[in-house]
Design a protein around this ligand. Structure first.
Ligand code: NDP
Length: 400
């Protein structure tokens, strides 16, 4: 067997649909749809777009339930399409889950920023790829649930995925323009708020404590995922699908400063890394412009002295078992990752509602995975069935 290479998978997920990058923006502004515009990534995306209106035109917006903020965004941007995915509204905008696909396939959208949280983003990702769009993907749950289906949709429709997750953006920036030879990826993790806590204290951590992320300000679900390290498992599975490396070639290291976003090792032993002060605006901008870059005065310039010492340490896998459960689900393949994701979503929601202690999140995931026999995830129906089954299993576990 030869060394792993990014080429086949890159071809699958990154088809040739987008011929004219924003670097040639003189040829016209690129249409952007933002799904999840009222969230952390959605708002950061609008901040980026506000600075680059000569290159991009916002054509579609969707949010979930936050009508007031959404109304203000619609008022400011006046997109061609606006829809609320949450419960039926007062008639101002189309509403219901189907608005995500309507926005994602809008004819004026060249790029779809999927910043929805959780499995709700899957249909929009698939539809956008089938329609030949670039999907700037923050919604990692999509790739975790249905990586093979996402790759198929990209091939069938000529769309492409460009990751927004900072670690995957870092890797993409390291491999872009290189002809294969990628051997190993090391994703960095801040370690979350409980990095140095004793195991017993972690198990009983409160919601308030779990939401105190040391380096990033994000939505509640991903912030809790960072505290359990389930987020890093989701990211390993995401990296496996995006860059085509086996799980044995994917690693995680704790890096509390969140300055180095990932390391990419090539088969000659050379290692490249991408660095920057923690900000999602840079990976968002890169996902819009890849493989080109736009000058952006809104991004804090890097200063190695201000960044201070950069430290690295191993993950305490015994204290944060969700990482190993997710990795095992990734290795098992088929419907196991969808079960991992759904059980995690249910457990995190229950924790945030005060229904279970922090330590029960990983136990809920473990129970669901133990009770599941993975089958092929070759159809949306199979993935949805596994998702439903896992939600029910996790709900029972949470109630017991
Ligand atoms: P938020 O919770 O801040 O925002 C989520 C967005 O999705 C909101 O606009 C929300 O609408 C909308 N939404 C929620 N549920 C639904 C639904 N069922 N259908 C349609 N829309 C819905 O999340 P983040 O921005 O933090 O994260 C979004 C995604 O990006 C996640 O997958 C996360 O893992 C990923 N990510 C986030 C990072 C970050 O820095 N935040 C970094 C890397 C990845 P409303 O608020 O109106 O209800």
């Amino acid at each position: 067997m030869g060394s792993p290479s990014t080429r086949p998978r890159e071809k699958a997920l990154r088809a040739e649909a987008i011929k004219a990058g924003p670097g040639q923006a003189g040829k016209g502004r690129r249409g952007v749809a933002v799904l999840g515009s009222t969230g952390s990534i959605g708002r950061s995306t609008l901040d980026v777009l506000r600075r680059h209106q000569e290159h991009f035109k916002l054509v579609a917006l969707t949010a979930g339930r936050n009508r007031d903020e959404f109304a203000a965004q619609v008022e400011e941007w006046r997109p061609t399409y606006a829809g609320l995915a949450g419960p039926v509204d007062d008639g101002r905008w189309p509403s219901g889950p189907e608005v995500l696909v309507e926005a994602a396939t809008h004819p004026d959208a060249d790029i779809v920023v999927n910043a929805v949280v959780g499995s709700a983003g899957l249909d929009a990702t698939l539809a956008a790829l089938r329609a030949g769009k670039r999907v700037a993907l923050a919604n990692k749950e999509t790739l975790v649930m249905a990586g093979a289906l996402v790759a198929q949709a990209a091939c069938a429709g000529g769309g492409e995925i460009v990751p927004i997750d900072s670690e995957h953006s870092a890797i993409l920036q390291c491999v872009t323009g290189r002809d294969g030879g990628l051997a190993r990826l090391i994703l960095t993790a801040s370690g979350g708020p409980f990095r140095e806590w004793e195991a017993a204290r972690v198990r009983n951590a409160t919601v308030e404590e779990a939401l105190q992320h040391p380096t990033w300000r994000m939505g509640h679900k991903i912030t809790v995922d960072c505290a359990t390290l389930a987020n890093k498992a989701l990211e390993l599975i995401e990296a496996h699908h995006l860059f085509g490396l086996p799980y044995d070639a994917l690693e995680v290291v704790v890096h509390p400063q969140s300055i180095v976003h990932a390391f990419a090792e090539f088969h000659d032993g050379s290692v490249l890394a991408q660095l920057g002060f923690p900000s999602m605006e840079l990976p968002i901008l890169y996902a819009l412009t890849h493989p080109d870059r736009l000058p952006d005065s809104g991004i804090r310039r890097f200063d190695p002295v201000a960044a201070g010492p950069l430290t690295f340490e191993p993950v305490r896998t015994d204290v944060f078992p969700a990482l190993a459960f997710g990795l095992a689900a990734g290795r098992a393949g088929g419907t196991a990752p969808a079960v991992f994701n759904a059980a995690n979503e249910v457990a995190v929601a229950a924790f945030l509602q005060g229904a279970i202690p922090f330590g029960r999140i990983s136990e809920t995931i473990e129970r669901a995975l133990d009770a599941h026999t993975p089958v092929s995830a070759s159809s949306v129906e199979a993935v949805r069935a596994a998702d439903r089954w896992a939600r029910e299993a996790a709900q029972q576990s949470v109630r017991s």
